[in-house]
Ligand binder design. Sequence first.
Ligand SMILES: [Zn+2]
Length: 191
Amino acid sequence: MTSNKLARTATALPGETNPLRYLTGYPATVLEQVRQLLTSDRLAPLLQQRYPDTHDIRSDKALFDYVQDLKTAYLRSAEPLNKVCFDSKLHVVQHALGTHTSVSRVQGSKLKAKREIRVATLFKNVPPEFLRMIVVHELAHLKEKAHDKAFYQLCSHMEPNYHQYEFDLRLYLTHTEATGQRIWSDRPDAP
Ligand SMILES: [Zn+2]
């Protein structure tokens, strides 16, 4: 992608293709800095430098074990998880931060809650810090439904750098939205 195209995309504000929508609510000075990083092609190198590695969680099974370990460490008393998976149908714009569902199903004569955590496939090719951030976010929803103070306190308890990682993830989403390009390359899926 040429920097011309980038500049056009980044200046298409405000509009439906506003790549800065992942940063809604942040101060104007922050948005301006991000806009300048984008138009000068410096956002991707900055993120790559800060997060050089990708994680190696390739399968739903590996993801389940990863989530289960974190849950055991921090949320032992929360209800057990029935399912954890990567979901390619999860639309990043609507559910950038994954989804958590608690589906009630009748099993025999009992009504059982089925707890699932779905993580957008995008998170297969990200640094370990971003995967940890999204999993911490979804796990925190087992205890706190709303994005309120108690929720973010729980996130920060599980991952002290939670806020930094979430902001940097939003920067990455902004980059992919504006350029159509990823930063971290694919690893092969587990056989
Ligand atoms: Zn949430």
